[in-house]
Design a binder for this molecule. Structure first.
Ligand SMILES: [Zn+2]
Ligand SMILES: [Zn+2]
Length: 281
């Protein structure tokens, strides 16, 4: 019982550091659960309430996109342990199913981003001015950086490389099983008209957030975490828990909403010449 309680309240990265086979167990568990979920839906004769395309489905796309973006916002908070300890892991895992990456990958890659911010080699998504090149590099880099994290912890040997090849395949298969679970639950019309487009829009938005959050959208100036709160960013901060206060976030990742940085910490940042809320506004 204690083992289950500890597993459900510990962040995946902590378990990954303790066990070289963490990811096998994690992905295998996801694969089994996703297949069991699909089998259970078939067993009870589940049919999605929406069986055919309806004209109002596309009208719900903004809401679906908002929900998936919020899942990214909350999985980010969970990666930093910002929810109460008893629910943090659970919230992260639920959001990981919504955004399809699974919590462990999101957390492990994001930890590398904080550790090696804007390092062209080791940051999983080092910002650069060209958005689409940045977006493509981000997507390509995720799997590469996951593997690199394993090599950093357990050594780069023929054996660990073989291990990561198999782990990568298992991660992919469990991801496909998750997608199949969503398709079975939602039915083809909701899956293809709502969920899948919302998934892509949310992914592009999160990539945009990382890009602008590191000031790469500006024509010049340093590429580094920045606080943005003007124009469209003002609205986005208020509907997405202050995510464009990314400069504050890199300094105080424990804040659930980095827009609400304590005054003392904020003035210390200003004293060190960092961009603050007033400058960004
Ligand atoms: Zn960042
Ligand atoms: Zn973060």
């Amino acid at each position: 019982m204690n083992v289950i309680a500890t597993t459900l309240t510990t962040l995946p990265f902590a378990q990954f550091k303790r066990s070289p086979n963490f990811y096998f167990v994690y992905d295998a568990a996801y694969l089994v659960c996703a297949l069991a979920f699909v089998a259970a839906l078939h067993a009870i004769g589940w049919r999605s309430p929406v069986q055919e395309f309806a004209w109002w489905l596309p009208l719900l796309l903004p809401i679906a996109t908002y929900v998936v973006i919020m899942a990214h916002v909350f999985i980010h908070n969970a990666s930093h342990g910002n929810f109460p300890k008893s629910i943090n892991r659970i919230v992260g895992e639920i959001c990981g199913v919504v955004v399809l990456t699974k919590f462990a990958s999101w957390e492990i890659v994001h930890r590398r981003h904080h550790r090696y911010s804007d390092d062209p080699e080791r940051d999983p998504h080092p910002a650069e001015r060209h958005y689409w090149r940045y977006a493509i590099n981000t997507l390509i880099n995720v799997e590469k950086q996951l593997q690199q994290q394993y090599f950093d912890l357990y050594g780069d040997t023929p054996e660990t490389r073989r291990h990561e090849k198999i782990r990568s395949a298992l991660s992919f298969i469990s991801g496909v099983a998750l997608i199949f679970g969503w398709l079975t639950l939602l039915g083809a019309p909701v899956f293809f008209v709502l969920y899948l487009p919302a998934f892509f829009f949310a992914a592009l938005f999160v990539i945009f957030f990382n890009w602008a959050g590191h000031n790469a959208h500006e024509a010049d100036g340093p590429i580094e975490p920045a606080n943005l709160d003007h124009g469209i960013f003002w609205i986005l901060n208020r509907i997405f828990f202050g995510i464009f206060y990314h400069g504050n976030h890199h300094k105080m990742a424990m804040l659930f909403n980095p827009m609400h940085m304590p005054v003392r910490a904020r003035s210390e940042s200003t004293a060190h010449g960092e961009r603050d809320e007033a400058e960004a506004a």
